[in-house]
Design a protein around this ligand. Structure first.
Ligand SMILES: C[S@@+](CC[C@H](N)C(=O)[O-])C[C@H]1O[C@@H](n2cnc3c(N)ncnc32)[C@H](O)[C@@H]1O
Length: 291
């Protein structure tokens, strides 16, 4: 598998001890590899270039290697400070997941292979005929996986980044889901209040920075006074399952503040996003008071 090879390459260049800090920080997205620079004890640019050359040599399906010197930044959640290391100087590629193909641009749209399982997990929860709203859809990956793997009647797919919206439109065609996935450009709350009130059975909120803030719009989008929310949050890791409880409490408090209640909730860790921070998703079944 690719990850074993990446580990070997990192070891050859950096030695066993130093390799540890980098090999798990390499993302392969289509035919592009991105190496994320650690905050401490980062290899030199020369060492990175050597690793990049070896990646191209030993992993022929990789054509371009980049170093990511910053974190994922800004409203559009883009990889900061990309430096070209080796191979083609290209940021556009075709990324594949769950039998779907996506045109992505690693410099202009959020994309990570680390949500691969989460996409499948959510798609499996969608019941036939459901109307789904994805408030922060990026290039449409999760929306399209849902359209392909489940049988929703519609997936409203909003993103505020024009580049993401353009790629999403292309990806909808590429995967032949024009009848199901509806790309929408704009601020998620504005788009909901303008035309998607009481439109959906399930709302996805895969943007931790705005998930709680935009909860009013998510609830306004639900029809029939009930539905499911998938709320992604960043929470501090604590011993045991304390971070999961913390995430559920935060969602519960916000939902109740808005006059709704939690009928059911469960949480799971999606991935680690920092030394002490984890991304958690809360799957919450909510109902409006009086329903
Ligand atoms: C973490 S990414 C989405 C990830 C995507 N669901 C996936 O799995 O590939 C968050 C997205 O939210 C978008 N975004 C940020 N603020 C927004 C807003 N106010 N309304 C709609 N989309 C927004 C960003 O442009 C970005 O593409």
């Amino acid at each position: 598998m690719g990850s074993r090879l990446l580990r070997e390459i990192a070891k050859e260049v950096l030695g066993e001890e130093r390799a540890r800090s980098i090999w798990s920080r390499i993302d392969v997205i289509g035919d592009i590899a991105v190496i994320k620079r650690p905050l401490r004890d980062a290899p030199s640019l020369e060492e990175y270039r050597l690793i990049a050359e070896k990646i191209l040599e030993r992993m022929p399906y990789i054509r371009s290697v980049w170093l990511q010197t910053g974190s994922v930044e800004g409203d559009f959640r883009l990889r900061g400070g990309l430096v070209h290391l080796a191979g083609e100087r290209r940021t556009v590629t075709i990324y594949r997941e769950h039998g779907c193909s996506f045109k992505v641009d690693i410099a202009r749209v959020f994309v990570t292979p680390r949500l691969n399982y989460e996409h499948l997990r959510v798609a499996r929860l969608v019941r036939p005929g459901e109307a789904v709203l994805n408030m922060f859809a990026g290039a449409g990956i999760l929306s399209i996986v849902i359209a392909k793997l489940a049988k929703p009647s519609i997936v409203y797919s909003i993103d505020i980044n024009p580049a993401a919206y353009e790629l999403m439109k292309e990806n909808v065609k590429l995967n032949r889901v024009e009848d199901v996935v509806k790309p929408l450009l704009g601020d998620a709350a504005e788009v909901v209040y303008r035309g998607l009130r009481k439109s959906s059975d399930r709302v996805l909120m895969p943007l931790p920075a705005l998930a709680l803030k935009y909860m009013d719009a998510a609830l306004a989008a639900l029809r029939g006074g009930r539905g499911w929310l998938h709320v992604y949050l960043h929470v501090e890791r604590v011993k045991g399952s304390g971070h999961l409880e913390k995430a559920v409490s935060a969602v519960k408090a916000r939902v109740e503040e808005l006059g709704w209640g939690l009928a059911a909730a469960r949480a799971r860790v999606v991935r680690s996003v920092g030394p002490r921070l984890v991304q958690v998703v809360v799957d919450a079944e909510v109902e409006e008071a009086g329903h």
